[in-house]
Design a protein around this ligand. Structure first.
Ligand code: ARG
Length: 264
């Protein structure tokens, strides 16, 4: 029931060598071996939660390929390929596309900048779609056409929360957690209207990428540092599992960024 099919990419070639979001500092030290062992702890937590994890081969020269969420959007067995804003990540798109083709999926070309599940999240029957930094509004329209599901566009306004999945987490079919200040006033009003019972995250939780969490509706795997959010989730009846991804956070990524859900 809560078991998911997930795609992940080992951070074999992880590095911070360019800056495409405010978290990244190419002059600061990072530890590739620690990144790998932290990623393995995430892999273990998701396996322990009962999920089936498949792996895509990491490619040299693509240090952000570990962030599988940006590899595609997959709903109802259909795959919408991605198109990255930044040339540094462009070559990840055909690699993810090829993985899905090799598994027999029907893949749709992306006509616009679209960073996959980083910006497009399924919440019940609708897709929530972020724009403002990466995925463009035209991609939301294409997403609606491809999947035949309503797409609700949300305007991101804080460069630190440049992908929707850094500012909003879908907890289950009816509930989300989010950081209001990451959204425009109109988008905040939309979220209040759609999710009156949402969990409102604190700035401190968002600042450790606490909202970049993987929820199966029962267990939420989130950054260990997001302690206030974890307590709020437990109060709502979710089980929480904290993982430390401090090295990957230096690239602006957390647990959810490392996971792409393959929905049959
Ligand atoms: N360094 C990567 C980038 O800026 C991080 C991607 C994080 N992925 C995500 N789904 N938020 O593109």
């Amino acid at each position: 029931m809560t078991t998911r099919r997930l795609l992940m990419c080992r951070p074999t070639h992880f590095a911070v060598t360019y800056r495409i979001n405010p978290w990244m500092d190419p002059t600061a030290p990072y530890d590739n071996a620690l990144a790998v062992s932290q990623w393995e702890s995430l892999h273990r937590a998701l396996t322990d939660a009962g999920h089936t994890i498949e792996l895509i081969d990491p490619l040299p020269g693509l240090p952000d390929m570990v962030f599988a969420a940006n590899g595609a959007t997959v709903v109802d067995g259909k795959v919408l390929a991605v198109q990255f804003r930044d040339p540094e990540r462009a070559d990840e798109a055909p690699a993810y596309r090829a993985w899905f083709e090799s598994k027999g999926f029907e893949v749709y070309d992306s006509k616009h900048t679209n960073e996959g599940e980083g910006d497009i999240l399924l919440a019940g029957d609708v897709l929530l779609a972020g724009t403002g930094f990466r995925t463009v509004h035209a991609a939301h329209l294409q997403t609606q056409e491809v999947f035949g599901r309503p797409v609700v566009s949300l305007q991101l306004v804080d460069p630190a929360y440049y992908h929707l999945d850094t500012a909003l987490c879908v907890l289950d079919e009816r509930t989300i957690a989010y950081l209001p200040s990451a959204f425009s006033p109109g988008s905040q009003a939309v979220l209040r209207r759609m999710f009156p019972d949402a969990v409102i995250a604190t700035e401190a939780d968002a600042a450790v990428l606490g909202l970049n969490a993987v929820s199966d509706g029962r267990t939420v795997v989130l950054p260990a540092q997001a302690t206030t959010l974890a307590a709020a989730l437990r109060e709502r009846g979710y089980q929480t599992v904290g993982v430390d991804l401090s090295e990957l956070r230096k690239a602006g990524g957390g647990p959810k960024c490392c996971v792409l859900e393959v929905r049959g």
